[in-house]
Ligand binder design. Sequence first.
Ligand code: BGC
Length: 379
Amino acid sequence: MSKLSRIITVALSVPIFSCLVGCGMNKLFQKQDYGALPDGRKAELYTLTNADGLKATLTNYGAILVSMEVPDRDGKLADVTHGYDTLKGWLSNTSYFGSTVGRYGNRIAKGQFALDGKTYSLAKNNNGENALHGGIKGFDKVLWDAKPVKQAGAVGVEFNYVSRDGEEGYPGNLKNTVTYWLTDKNELRIEFKATTDKPTIVNLCHHSYWNLTGDPKNTILDHELMLAADRFLPVDKGLIPTGERRPVEGTPFDFTKLTKVGARINAEDEQLKLGNGYDHCWVLRSKTGDVALAATLYDPSSGRAMDLSTDQPGIQFYCGNFLDGSAAGKGGTKYAFRTALCLETQRFPDSPNKPDFPSAVLRPGETYRHTMVHRFYTR
Ligand code: BGC
């Protein structure tokens, strides 16, 4: 870039930024300090608000969704996600509340995979012999660069992070972008993008824990869920898919119609026992690669509902089976067993070791993309 074009770029971007933060637009985008990391670098908090009062709060630490406030059927706003009030809480977050998970969300068997004839060993992080959610210091534990962004009908924050060749064992310098948009259609849209300079594997995920009642002391067992999937991936005792795509029909895994999460959760079923409840990936029906409806979540008590659409082949439905009341979260709440659930759109777990699964390989010159659209409404 020439010196002149650099000056023009800076001259143009400064007013846009300060306008978003400082003049008139400040109702839509606000930025504040969120404290310092142990190494002294500063984290920030960004608040996006739309005309209906929905509010998404984010931090550049871990590109995390800190909170999501949405109205119930009487218009009363409440935060519908688990998490922490302060940066200190997020620094020791072991549940991946609200996090951007990468470079590979979900599990890779034995923390190993082979690519183009070379075997790679990944950092293992207390998940038996497997690697989970990107390693010991995954993308949820790094500081991302952030900038405000805006387009017609939406305000957002773009986060960027370059993961170095060899980080947590993964090959290639990987440039990652995650953009969160809050739209005037009451959607939280998340767009992931990555490029690499060496062949590698990528599966970026968003890991919010939802409780649409707005009271994190309630369980999510009375939430109703629909998954646009006719098959799911059975797992072994380490929660690694066996490779089978099993029809859901006639099993407790059938969520083809809105069904209470708790209706069959204690059924005599080998897969429910292995997952300690639902902790499986469903094979989404849509095969076009376009963004299509993947799930609907509905809480009859508050009337809050959320449609989730994606372009990914799978969705991990995890119903908080490992929450045990030990983590003191927002307002000091101890998040108990099954008080939130995750709907993580993604490539299938352990894809790098399963040639029959949709590929998670990214090569130089290609662009990895993943879109999730959460649309909030009431019924
Ligand atoms: C996994 C769970 C895991 C949770 C928190 C989910 O994506 O499926 O098994 O306990 O993340 O790490």
